[in-house]
Design a protein around this ligand. Sequence first.
Ligand SMILES: NC(=O)C1=CN([C@@H]2O[C@H](COP(=O)(O)OP(=O)(O)OC[C@H]3O[C@@H](n4cnc5c(N)ncnc54)[C@H](OP(=O)(O)O)[C@@H]3O)[C@@H](O)[C@H]2O)C=CC1
Ligand SMILES: O=C(O)C1=N[C@H](C(=O)O)C[C@H](O)C1
Length: 250
Amino acid sequence: MIRVSVVGAQGRMGASVVEAVEAADDMELSAKVGEQDDIASITPENTDVAVEFTVPSASLNNVLALVAQGVDVVVGTTGWTDAKLAQVTQALDNGPRAGQAVFIAPNFAISAVLADYFAAKAAPYFTSAEVIELHHPDKVDAPSGTAIHTAQAIAAARAAAGGEPMPDGTQGEAASRGQVIDGVHVHAVRLQGLNAHEEVLLGNTGEQLVIRADSFERSSFMPGVLLAVRTLAGGGHAGLTVGLDAFLDL
Ligand SMILES: NC(=O)C1=CN([C@@H]2O[C@H](COP(=O)(O)OP(=O)(O)OC[C@H]3O[C@@H](n4cnc5c(N)ncnc54)[C@H](OP(=O)(O)O)[C@@H]3O)[C@@H](O)[C@H]2O)C=CC1
Ligand SMILES: O=C(O)C1=N[C@H](C(=O)O)C[C@H](O)C1
């Protein structure tokens, strides 16, 4: 049995992970940790993999604490920057146990992972690309971690193909055009009734490709979370890995 502890267990995602772990035949729930609890209670003696879904402002410290304890971590919290990722890599290098692993995914839903992948594949063939993410109004961060990841992937694919900057003659209030991430405009919608959705618009003269992923329920993230837990528990993924595509045969 894979022993799993959940950090942020009282949150929307954490509670879903607790349910998914309890329902999995090959896993058992070890600890449920919230903001008031001591994360140092999670150790290799009671936990094979910790799953972390908290808030962007707390996630790095939680991950560093778990790595220092010698525990492998699957992270779904957003807000990761290159500088934060570098801190995780450094912590893993100095971790107490050989072969320690941290896995971070901006999105665990297969629809979103594939949308991201398809968008990067399509990007070099289009003059223009913009990303629209749409979420429930309780989401604290904007734009979504997924949208940032998608925009970066589109920009990297365009740059690798030697693409020109996108045409845009709009003047006036810059905020109206969304946040610009690596040259790609990203727009964030918060609307009651929504869960997690993303649309990538790709345009050429006289044509448009729309790639859209919809997570209607948090259960859509659970197969990806459990896949990551099983993959880390199986070993062979030492160090830091980012993105569920690393564990899929794409
Ligand atoms: N990768 C993916 O597929 C997905 C990622 N996400 C991301 O996951 C994160 C969590 O989302 P969601 O569950 O909706 O958010 P919630 O606000 O529902 O949950 C966050 C939880 O974290 C707890 N928390 C805050 N600080 C700490 C801390 N220092 N230690 C332990 N627990 C803490 C909060 O407790 P309290 O309320 O008591 O402060 C709360 O229970 C977000 O970054 C979101 O974007 C969401 C969906 C899918
Ligand atoms: O907060 C959410 O709900 C979600 N957060 C992640 C993100 O910011 O990309 C993943 C998904 O979009 C749901």
